[in-house]
Design a protein around this ligand. Structure first.
Ligand SMILES: *[C@@H]1O[C@H](CO)[C@@H](O)[C@H](O)[C@H]1NC(C)=O
Ligand SMILES: *[C@@H]1O[C@H](CO)[C@@H](O)[C@H](O)[C@H]1NC(C)=O
Ligand SMILES: *[C@@H]1O[C@H](CO)[C@@H](O)[C@H](O)[C@H]1NC(C)=O
Ligand SMILES: *[C@@H]1O[C@H](CO)[C@@H](O)[C@H](O)[C@H]1NC(C)=O
Ligand SMILES: *[C@@H]1O[C@H](CO)[C@@H](O)[C@H](O)[C@H]1NC(C)=O
Ligand SMILES: *[C@@H]1O[C@H](CO)[C@@H](O)[C@H](O)[C@H]1NC(C)=O
Length: 770
């Protein structure tokens, strides 16, 4: 899951252990210690004597050990299985005929709130009640499960379950088949991989069933496809009708995350099931870092899903604003970054000197509106170093009692800091952003009155603290404010480009709402997820690219219902080419990390625009072969291609493959250095457009923000009949020295006067390491 700053310690511990086992054999003390491996096999090498691949898999395993413990045999996502092996067994297995790759288990994490109105979906909501197509679409969510009693999963008005549906509703702890209905049509759980690595599930705070003990999965599922619920709010905040993006689509839940731990062997098993179950969209608000496509099992599973026409939509990660911090970047996935809504929960902090600073947060209790109380900086409220972060046990109650405490953001979770201040006797908290958080304001349902302020305000409040003899302050809660401008603004936490694996494929694809999103929640834990939080809510407000992803998944489902024959690539193209990059006043969308204009590295093609995406005019389509050619262009060996694509595919030695020919709706232009000489000065990208609108003539226009590259498009006018395809070439020619940053950005647009088909351009000069 991509819940921001909700990283719990066990996750780091696990990653570390696995890492040591993999990378340093000498550290593995016990020879007989077993670990989980995902074994990719070359089915093409299966001897004819085996009548089923599972029998062959077993016989290979038997040949290396009489005691291997099989976790899963995969049928759709990969040819292979997951199993427990000692290091020696894993080594032995790698040398067997038919074994392509033996990958160690990996732990992925969930990546963690006015949405329909802001997106303009209120306009199209009225278009759906008549359409049964929308209700035939199934969205599968790989997440922490579901709280089925939530009103977001009521099935009022929905017809029978689509006949194509092959999934099921599994029972378990506090979950029976009766918990499913015509909205929540599937619910399954996968934990063999989890238990093999982490030990038995702790049943005191987890359900051995699809039931959600965390809230993340309920939130993402209701965001993607929740039914309309009138009068939804969190403690009165953000009140209104809560509605998923595709409010008539069906929900199938695949629980793969147990707390913050999602084992990739379980994720693959869930994707395997989702493919057989016939979902149309897979929504994955989780991630495990950026690694090459043939080592990344989620990307490999997504390839199989894509082949079946399933859209795979993923969170881009919450490790911004560092550059190249993206994950889930395979070109057959949708990679979604996060932006703000036009809604805020303002809390002003008034200082004793009369100054006011605005921040945000949510508080359900009583607070004194009028009295100024002493204000203290956490860094000065303890003998301990590091107290400024308000980490557990860092504050001195004698110094904090009765005061508002200014804490710096970072390291521990934001709500945990509030608990630390409260436990030490503080009456309020001002949570100040670090420089890298910039002016991004994330609202949480804190356990004490709080305001989260930007980096600049934090600095000024600290100046006041230094200068004032007796600093005081009070918090003024303003409730919910809508119509905030500017919006959207890119979240500082949203992961950014350039693409760390293939810079020619510009990622993220686009941004969607991911800050302060209201959606359904579990009733097992409170809105802060802290043990000490005994509040229970129907809806919670949380933030993360985890929240942006299901917005995209839901909108993809809507497009699929309008255009059932469109490929996942065509759907992504529609989402990208219709996204917007500027506000109504023509200024570029802002990035809260810098408070300056965003670039394609933060927003990709821009902010998603669901209404426009239904009628994009033209699309950049891609088929399975195009992705295979892409792998050839990356010089993948036949074995590496077989790991990703589950088939023998030999790149044609006489054919020239180029990653710049991948028919992607964006342009990652890379000028590479040459050995011992100056770098490349010309880069060409080829593209093919398919007309999905009326016949007509489109003209191209290109803008670029640097003068050192000239851009030419050939041809620059394209006339289309209905459904016709036309190709063009875009040539980037260096005509001057690169800018100091080594980056430039631009945009290409094809327009027929009605549809504007836009593509972002990034231009990068790679530094001369060759
Ligand atoms: C498995 O057991 C059989 C029979 O006991 C033995 O012959 C064989 O060598 C064993 N295989 C391995 C890999 O230990
Ligand atoms: C789970 O079900 C049991 C038995 O019906 C019940 O006692 C318990 O309260 C339930 N737990 C939760 C958290 O709903
Ligand atoms: C299970 O979780 C509970 C509540 O968080 C905790 O008190 C207990 O120690 C845990 N048990 C184990 C075996 O980890
Ligand atoms: C600060 O806000 C309070 C009420 O929120 C208002 O009375 C006061 O005039 C404001 N002061 C400044 C300097 O804006
Ligand atoms: C933040 O946490 C990390 C890891 O626990 C620690 O190494 C680092 O010192 C902490 N930073 C501060 C400022 O306390
Ligand atoms: C912290 O305390 C020191 C020493 O009393 C003082 O100089 C400094 O201004 C204080 N800093 C803040 C931010 O309150």
């Amino acid at each position: 899951m991509f819940t921001m700053e909700m990283f719990k310690k066990p996750f780091f511990a696990t990653t570390f252990v696995l890492f040591m086992i993999l990378c340093d054999v000498s550290l593995a003390t016990k020879d007989n210690q077993k670990n989980t491996y995902i074994v990719h096999m070359a089915k093409s090498k299966m001897p004819a004597s085996f009548n089923h691949h599972s029998v062959w898999y077993k016989s290979i395993m038997k040949s290396i050990s009489n005691s291997t413990e099989m976790l899963y045999t995969y049928d759709n996502t990969i040819h292979g299985l997951s199993t427990r092996l000692t290091l020696e067994e894993a080594r032995l297995l790698k040398s067997q005929t038919g074994i392509l790759k033996v990958l160690p288990e990996k732990i992925y994490k969930p990546l963690t709130t006015r949405t329909p109105k802001f997106l303009g979906l209120d306009k199209i909501a009225d278009m759906f009640p008549k359409s049964n197509e929308a209700s035939d679409i199934v969205i599968g969510l790989l997440d922490t499960g579901v709280w089925p009693e939530s009103k977001s999963f009521e099935d009022t008005g929905l017809g029978p379950i689509p006949s194509s549906w092959k999934g099921k509703c599994e029972s378990g702890d506090n979950f029976t088949t009766l918990n499913c209905n015509k909205k929540l049509i599937g619910a399954r759980f996968f934990l063999k991989g989890y238990e093999a690595s982490m030990g038995p599930l702790n049943a005191t705070n987890q359900f051995r069933s699809p039931r959600d003990a965390d809230g993340h999965g309920t939130h993402t599922a209701s965001t993607a496809a929740g039914s309309a619920v009138k009068g939804a709010s969190l403690f009165g905040y953000a009140s209104g009708t809560a509605r998923g993006m595709a409010s008539r689509a069906r929900v199938a839940v695949y629980k793969v995350c147990w707390g913050d731990t999602c084992a990739v062997s379980d994720i693959l098993a869930a994707m395997d099931a989702a493919i057989s179950d016939n979902v149309n969209v897979i929504s994955a608000s989780l991630g495990g870092g950026a690694i090459d496509y043939d080592e990344e099992n989620l990307a490999i599973g997504a390839f199989a899903a894509m082949e079946k026409g399933i859209v795979v939509s993923c969170a881009a990660g919450n490790t911004g604003p560092d550059s190249s911090s993206l994950q889930n970047i395979a070109p057959w996935m949708i990679t979604v970054g996060a932006g703000t809504l036009d809604r805020d929960f303002p809390v002003n902090v008034n200082l004793g000197n009369g100054q006011n600073y605005s921040g945000v947060s949510i508080y359900d209790g009583k607070f004194s509106r009028h009295t100024l109380v002493p204000l203290i900086y956490a860094g000065n409220a303890s003998a301990k170093i590091g107290a400024e972060l308000c980490e557990t046990d860092s504050l001195d109650p004698k110094k904090v009692k009765g005061k508002i405490v200014l804490c710096d953001r970072g390291n521990s979770s934001r709500v945990e800091k509030g608990l630390v201040v409260k436990s030490a006797g503080g009456v309020g908290m001002v949570l100040a952003n670090s420089e890298s958080d910039g002016e991004e304001l994330v609202a949480d349902a804190h356990l004490l009155p709080t305001t989260a302020v930007g980096f600049k305000a934090g600095k000024l409040i600290k100046l006041y603290l230094q200068d004032a003899r007796k600093p005081t302050s009070r918090l003024m809660f303003e409730g919910t404010k809508v119509g905030i401008e500017p919006s959207p603004v890119v979240a500082a936490f949203s992961s950014r480009g350039p693409n760390p694996i293939t810079p020619e494929v510009l990622k993220p694809d686009f941004i969607a709402p991911g800050v302060n999103i209201l959606a359904a929640f579990t009733k097992l834990v409170g809105p802060t997820n802290l043990d000490q939080d005994d509040r229970r809510v129907d809806f919670n407000i949380i933030s993360g690219t985890s929240m942006a992803c299901p917005h995209a998944s839901g909108i993809a489902a809507l497009i699929k219902s309008f255009h059932p024959d469109w490929s996942p690539a065509a759907i992504r193209s529609a989402l990208m080419t219709t996204a917007y990059t500027t506000y109504n006043n023509g200024k570029k969308l802002l990035d809260s990390a810098t408070n300056g204009p965003s670039t394609p590295f933060e927003v990709g093609a821009g902010h998603v625009n669901p209404v426009a995406a239904l009628n994009p005019g033209l699309v950049y389509d891609l088929a399975v072969d195009d992705y295979l050619n892409f792998l050839c262009a990356l010089n993948y060996t036949p074995d590496r291609i077989e790991v990703v694509a589950r088939r023998k595919f030999r790149c044609n030695a006489h054919k020239h493959y180029s990653v710049t020919d991948l028919n992607y709706p964006s342009f990652g232009v890379v000028f590479k250095p040459k050995v011992g000489g100056s770098g490349a000065t010309i880069v060409k990208h080829k593209r093919t457009l398919t007309n999905v609108g009326d016949a007509g003539t489109y003209k191209v226009s290109v803008t670029v923000d640097i003068s050192s590259v000239k851009i030419a498009v050939e041809p620059n006018v394209l006339s289309f009949n209905k459904n016709e395809k036309k190709s063009y070439t875009i040539t980037f020619t260096v005509s001057g020295p690169p800018p100091p940053s080594n980056f430039g950005f631009g945009r290409l647009e094809w327009s027929n006067g009605k549809n504007v088909v836009g593509s972002p351009i990034s231009i990068t000069w790679e530094s001369g390491r060759a």
